[in-house]
Ligand binder design. Structure first.
Ligand code: CA
Length: 225
């Protein structure tokens, strides 16, 4: 989970950042509205903590433009002002929640958690992936083919998920090694080949239509055609 903090007061920004990093959230900080807006529109982030009064562009303006382009990202607005009017204006701009400064960290964290939970529930994350007659159940972490449940280890599951999310596209051993094992590809090991073979036995061997295909010199392609 990555949280973008747009806050011009360095002390407040680092208080939030340190607290969140301690709780294992990834963070990114912008100290003005313009940089913050750019980051909000371009970076892969899950939530924005946005100060209302900012140099460059106000929190309200940033909120409005982010919500227009990426409405799925929850925005928690921070402000030193606490009048009802400001709150209404913040919600008008699309803020999902509002926190008045000064606040203590546990309260901020509770708001963030509840926004993230809400956005996860609301987003239409598929619960399974499907290619031909193979289904990968993302909740139960098993594959189902031809009505048969196939148990997978964590790495087999990760590899199959990677293949299925890249259906029809050639993926190299280096891509797999980096994305599934999080290590750069070392030609001295054959871990990718070993796992691909295990996966083939589990999901392809007993079925007429093969899904994992080798592309010599390139890698693999996952497809039913
Ligand atoms: Ca400020």
């Amino acid at each position: 989970m990555k949280i973008l903090i747009i806050e011009d007061e360095p002390r407040v920004a680092s208080f939030i950042r340190e607290g969140l990093e301690e709780k294992d959230y990834e963070t990114s900080v912008a100290y003005d509205g313009i940089t913050g807006e750019k980051a909000a529109l371009e970076e892969a982030i899950d939530l924005i903590v946005l100060d209302l009064v900012l140099p460059g562009k106000s929190g309200m303006e940033v909120c409005r433009s982010v919500k227009a382009a990426r409405p799925e990202i929850p925005v928690l607005m921070l402000t030193a002002l606490s009048t009802t009017l400001d709150k209404v204006a913040g919600f008008d701009a699309g803020a999902d929640d509002y926190l008045v400064k000064p606040f203590d960290f546990p309260e901020l964290l509770a708001r963030i958690k509840s926004l993230l939970k809400r956005s996860r529930t609301a987003s239409h994350q598929p619960e399974s992936l499907r290619v031909a007659d193979l289904e990968l159940d993302l909740m139960r972490k098993v594959a189902i083919r031809g009505g048969k449940v196939i148990e997978l280890t964590a790495k087999e599951f990760a590899l199959l998920e990677y293949f299925m999310r890249n259906t029809g596209r050639v993926v190299s051993r280096a891509d797999i090694s980096e994305k599934v094992w999080d290590i750069s590809y070392d030609t001295g090991t054959n871990i990718v080949e070993v796992y691909v073979n295990i996966l083939r036995k589990k999901i392809d061997r007993d079925f007429e239509t093969k899904l994992i295909h080798t592309r010599i010199g390139l890698g693999y392609i996952f497809t039913d055609s």
